[in-house]
Design a protein around this ligand. Structure first.
Ligand SMILES: *[C@@H]1O[C@H](CO)[C@@H](O)[C@H](O)[C@H]1NC(C)=O
Ligand SMILES: *[C@@H]1O[C@H](CO)[C@@H](O)[C@H](O)[C@H]1NC(C)=O
Ligand SMILES: *[C@@H]1O[C@H](CO)[C@@H](O)[C@H](O)[C@H]1NC(C)=O
Ligand SMILES: *[C@@H]1O[C@H](CO)[C@@H](O)[C@H](O)[C@H]1NC(C)=O
Ligand SMILES: *[C@@H]1O[C@H](CO)[C@@H](O)[C@H](O)[C@H]1NC(C)=O
Ligand SMILES: *[C@@H]1O[C@H](CO)[C@@H](O)[C@H](O)[C@H]1NC(C)=O
Ligand SMILES: *[C@@H]1O[C@H](CO)[C@@H](O)[C@H](O)[C@H]1NC(C)=O
Ligand SMILES: *[C@@H]1O[C@H](CO)[C@@H](O)[C@H](O)[C@H]1NC(C)=O
Ligand SMILES: *[C@@H]1O[C@H](CO)[C@@H](O)[C@H](O)[C@H]1NC(C)=O
Ligand SMILES: *[C@@H]1O[C@H](CO)[C@@H](O)[C@H](O)[C@H]1NC(C)=O
Ligand SMILES: *[C@@H]1O[C@H](CO)[C@@H](O)[C@H](O)[C@H]1NC(C)=O
Ligand SMILES: *[C@@H]1O[C@H](CO)[C@@H](O)[C@H](O)[C@H]1NC(C)=O
Length: 456
């Protein structure tokens, strides 16, 4: 792949910068780093895998969930399943019922959750246990739910223009994000045996640290939230072969929760329900955009075999719901796969013939809003209009900002036909001040200007 390299100095320091005889103070405006090399911004484009037919993988992950043939099976996550006449709810401490994968089975789970077999006629049961925050989602297929996705989830760094999120991944998950996207790069000074890092374009612009740190945070959150299914999309920034990443992924222990699909590629109908994944203890879905090899690692799924994306890093508020990747996808395949919409508006910084995109933060009140030109709500509606189904993943910057706090979750709730009733955002840290866009946006714009002057 051709890459145009440009090198320049990014002037930077902490909260006070002197540029062209103008002093700018704003803790969100400066970039850090000294001399950096940046690839010209371009849509990633590796080889796309094509499938002439579905391949069946040798996996028994969730296979026994839907049996009901008189045998009983033990699942991980301390959930056990045995057959019975019907499913009723019993719990000493909570009134929760879990809709099991198949009629005629009952489920016992250690903790505040248990169901047992009854011999009487099946009672009418109402599920009260939320799966991914809503009881309604438990019985739905994974592929039939719209989730908020954090574009560049690990890129949380004040004082850095290239940052994409304000809150770290634990807060993202606490707030209701269930899809996490991130790009892996190798630091230029990495030596053999070093872990790859999550970096923005180049590790010299924004280095969010070894992938093992972030993945461990996700694993810890998943372990503590037994009714949640979390998806990770790894951007293979260097198009490295999977075996260069896998040992580091394994090291974190997250594979204990990994979901392995039964077939490749997965069509919409092939996905299990959240209930099935939760009972099976397989609650982490992992995709990689390029170079996945499911013969070698069946769980590291080829993103574009199951999903398509709208244009990458948009700079135009029209946000068409066009299929950008994989290229030339047939109409049938488009209708049979999940979709991810890139709804993160970017501002191009053109310097020395190369360009860098940074999130258009002053526009977030519009971009992440429920209605209006350029809003997430409008873009999601556009997709429904065009493809007659809701988009699956709404990939946004600064999910906590919008027309009002949580407006992106309001959009997702509308797509899911549920009522948004949650608090947003960042509230689980003891009274952490919520970041509010206001006058500082002006300073932000000035910061960008100053940065451009400095670079010219
Ligand atoms: C299952 O439960 C037992 C006892 O409650 C506990 O010791 C064990 O760690 C649990 N296993 C998992 C995988 O959570
Ligand atoms: C069960 O729920 C009660 C109250 O809701 C809580 O205090 C307790 O820790 C829970 N137990 C387990 C094992 O989750
Ligand atoms: C998606 O979920 C809704 C709500 O439960 C349901 O009505 C619809 O049939 C589901 N669609 C598919 C394709 O499973
Ligand atoms: C690579 O460079 C970064 C930043 O200068 C430094 O923090 C890190 O320790 C270096 N890593 C190695 C393996 O030398
Ligand atoms: C990253 O990619 C570059 C060029 O594409 C290659 O030379 C280098 O070996 C790769 N680094 C790693 C760690 O795979
Ligand atoms: C995928 O992995 C298999 C098994 O290790 C290997 O034979 C095959 O060459 C790999 N495919 C690619 C495209 O690297
Ligand atoms: C945005 O896209 C629309 C439709 O393609 C086009 O008409 C418009 O000129 C574009 N705006 C900018 C600023 O590029
Ligand atoms: C997509 O189709 C166009 C025109 O039909 C063709 O020029 C292009 O090479 C195709 N791209 C890929 C990646 O197949
Ligand atoms: C597309 O799907 C429809 C219905 O499933 C089928 O009849 C048709 O043959 C498919 N077209 C192609 C080109 O595969
Ligand atoms: C969005 O916020 C910016 C300031 O950050 C303000 O200038 C602009 O008017 C706001 N847009 C709307 C539609 O309220
Ligand atoms: C955001 O959407 C809400 C609800 O539709 C609307 O009332 C508000 O004016 C919008 N805000 C902006 C900045 O567009
Ligand atoms: C959406 O929710 C409304 C109100 O709860 C309900 O009447 C309607 O049937 C739902 N539609 C779908 C497709 O689930």
């Amino acid at each position: 792949m051709a890459r145009c390299l440009a090198t320049w100095s990014l002037l930077a320091v902490a909260s006070t910068v002197t540029v062209a005889q103008t002093t700018i103070s704003d803790d969100r405006t400066t970039a850090t780093g000294t001399t950096i090399s940046v690839s010209e911004v371009a849509t990633p484009s590796g080889a796309y895998q094509s499938y002439s037919s579905q391949i069946t993988l040798d996996t028994t992950d969730l296979g026994s969930i839907t049996t009901g043939d008189g045998t009983s099976s033990t699942f991980t996550d301390n959930a056990t399943q045995s057959t019975g006449q019907s499913t009723v709810k019993t719990s000493a401490t909570d009134t929760v019922t879990f809709l099991t994968g198949a009629a005629g089975t009952s489920t016992t789970r250690i903790g505040n959750f248990s169901t047992s077999a009854a011999t009487s006629a099946a009672p009418t049961v109402t599920n009260t246990q939320p799966c991914n925050n809503y009881p309604e989602f438990c019985a739905r297929k994974y592929s039939n739910i719209t989730e908020i996705s954090c574009h560049n989830s690990p890129f949380v760094q004040t004082n850095n223009l290239a940052a994409n999120q304000q809150y770290d991944v634990t807060l993202q998950l606490d707030d209701g994000v269930r899809f996490l996207q991130a790009q892996i790069q190798w630091p230029t000074n990495a030596t053999s045996g070093d872990a790859p890092h999550f970096c923005h374009t180049s590790c010299d612009i924004l280095d969010a640290g070894p992938i093992t740190d972030w993945l461990t945070s996700v694993k810890d959150w998943v372990a503590a939230h037994p009714y949640d299914v979390v998806t990770i999309l790894l951007g293979n920034g260097n198009y490295s072969i999977p075996s260069m990443y896998v040992p580091f992924i394994e090291q974190t222990g997250i594979l204990r929760y990994i979901y392995t699909p039964p077939v490749v590629p997965m069509t919409l109908g092939d996905w299990p329900t959240l209930t099935e994944m939760i009972l099976g203890g397989k609650r982490v879905v992992m995709f990689m955009d390029y170079m996945a090899n499911q013969t070698e690692y069946p769980w590291l799924q080829d993103e574009f075999g199951s999903m398509w994306e709208t244009p990458f890093d948009p700079t135009n508020q029209t946000f068409p719901c066009d299929v950008a990747r994989p290229p030339n996808l047939s109409h049938n395949d488009t209708m049979n796969r999940m979709s991810l919409i890139n709804h993160n508006l970017n501002l191009p910084l053109n310097i020395l013939g190369a360009s860098m995109l940074v999130p258009a933060r002053t526009e977030l009140n519009v971009t992440n809003n429920v209605t209006g030109y350029g809003s997430l709500g409008l873009a999601a509606d556009t997709c429904v209009g065009e493809w007659a189904k809701a988009p699956n993943f709404l990939n946004v910057d600064y999910y906590n900002d919008g027309g009002f706090p949580g407006s992106v979750f309001e959009v997702a709730a509308k797509m899911n036909n549920v009522t948004y009733n949650r608090k947003c955002c960042g509230v689980s840290t003891s009274g952490a001040a919520r970041h509010v866009l206001g006058g500082s946006g002006v300073a932000y714009a000035m910061g960008i200007l100053a940065l451009s002057w400095a670079l010219l």
